[in-house]
Write a protein of this length. Structure first.
Length: 84
Protein backbone atom coordinates (compact mmCIF):
# COMPACT_ATOMS: atom_id res chain seq x y z
CA UNK A 1 0.00 0.00 0.00
CA UNK A 2 1.40 3.39 -0.92
CA UNK A 3 1.39 6.30 1.46
CA UNK A 4 -0.07 9.56 0.22
CA UNK A 5 2.34 12.43 0.00
CA UNK A 6 1.66 14.88 2.79
CA UNK A 7 2.10 18.65 2.71
CA UNK A 8 2.09 21.02 5.67
CA UNK A 9 -0.50 23.75 5.66
CA UNK A 10 -1.83 26.36 8.00
CA UNK A 11 -5.42 26.40 9.19
CA UNK A 12 -7.26 28.97 11.20
CA UNK A 13 -9.64 27.22 13.59
CA UNK A 14 -11.88 28.23 16.44
CA UNK A 15 -9.58 28.27 19.49
CA UNK A 16 -12.11 26.78 21.92
CA UNK A 17 -13.01 23.99 19.51
CA UNK A 18 -9.33 23.23 18.93
CA UNK A 19 -8.73 23.10 22.69
CA UNK A 20 -11.70 20.74 23.15
CA UNK A 21 -10.45 18.49 20.35
CA UNK A 22 -6.99 18.29 21.91
CA UNK A 23 -8.49 17.61 25.37
CA UNK A 24 -10.42 14.73 23.83
CA UNK A 25 -7.30 13.34 22.21
CA UNK A 26 -8.50 13.92 18.67
CA UNK A 27 -5.94 13.99 15.91
CA UNK A 28 -6.87 17.35 14.39
CA UNK A 29 -4.86 16.71 11.24
CA UNK A 30 -6.62 13.38 10.64
CA UNK A 31 -10.03 14.93 11.31
CA UNK A 32 -9.29 17.83 8.96
CA UNK A 33 -8.04 15.45 6.26
CA UNK A 34 -11.13 13.25 6.56
CA UNK A 35 -13.43 16.28 6.38
CA UNK A 36 -11.52 17.66 3.39
CA UNK A 37 -11.69 14.29 1.64
CA UNK A 38 -15.46 14.16 2.16
CA UNK A 39 -15.89 17.77 0.97
CA UNK A 40 -13.84 17.07 -2.18
CA UNK A 41 -15.87 13.92 -2.88
CA UNK A 42 -19.16 15.82 -2.40
CA UNK A 43 -18.03 18.72 -4.60
CA UNK A 44 -16.80 16.30 -7.28
CA UNK A 45 -20.16 14.50 -7.23
CA UNK A 46 -22.11 17.77 -7.43
CA UNK A 47 -19.96 18.97 -10.34
CA UNK A 48 -20.45 15.66 -12.16
CA UNK A 49 -24.23 15.80 -11.64
CA UNK A 50 -24.34 19.38 -12.92
CA UNK A 51 -22.18 18.54 -15.95
CA UNK A 52 -24.45 15.61 -16.81
CA UNK A 53 -27.83 17.16 -15.95
CA UNK A 54 -28.81 17.51 -19.62
CA UNK A 55 -28.08 13.84 -20.27
CA UNK A 56 -30.12 12.81 -17.22
CA UNK A 57 -33.02 14.98 -18.39
CA UNK A 58 -32.84 13.53 -21.89
CA UNK A 59 -32.81 9.99 -20.52
CA UNK A 60 -35.78 10.72 -18.25
CA UNK A 61 -37.70 12.23 -21.17
CA UNK A 62 -36.93 9.15 -23.29
CA UNK A 63 -38.22 6.89 -20.50
CA UNK A 64 -41.38 8.99 -20.25
CA UNK A 65 -41.99 8.55 -24.00
CA UNK A 66 -40.88 4.92 -24.29
CA UNK A 67 -42.53 2.22 -22.18
CA UNK A 68 -40.31 -0.47 -20.78
CA UNK A 69 -40.40 -3.52 -23.08
CA UNK A 70 -41.07 -5.82 -20.12
CA UNK A 71 -43.58 -3.57 -18.38
CA UNK A 72 -46.30 -6.24 -18.58
CA UNK A 73 -44.28 -8.74 -16.55
CA UNK A 74 -42.21 -6.57 -14.21
CA UNK A 75 -42.76 -7.15 -10.54
CA UNK A 76 -43.07 -3.97 -8.54
CA UNK A 77 -43.47 -3.10 -4.88
CA UNK A 78 -46.68 -4.57 -3.48
CA UNK A 79 -47.17 -6.93 -6.41
CA UNK A 80 -47.07 -10.63 -5.68
CA UNK A 81 -46.97 -12.00 -9.23
CA UNK A 82 -45.97 -10.91 -12.68
CA UNK A 83 -49.55 -10.63 -13.86
CA UNK A 84 -51.31 -8.86 -10.96
Amino acid sequence: MTTAQKRKTSLTLDAAMLDRAKDLGLNVSAVAEAALSRAVADATRQAWLAENAAAFAAQAAWHDRTPHPLADILVGPGRSTWTD
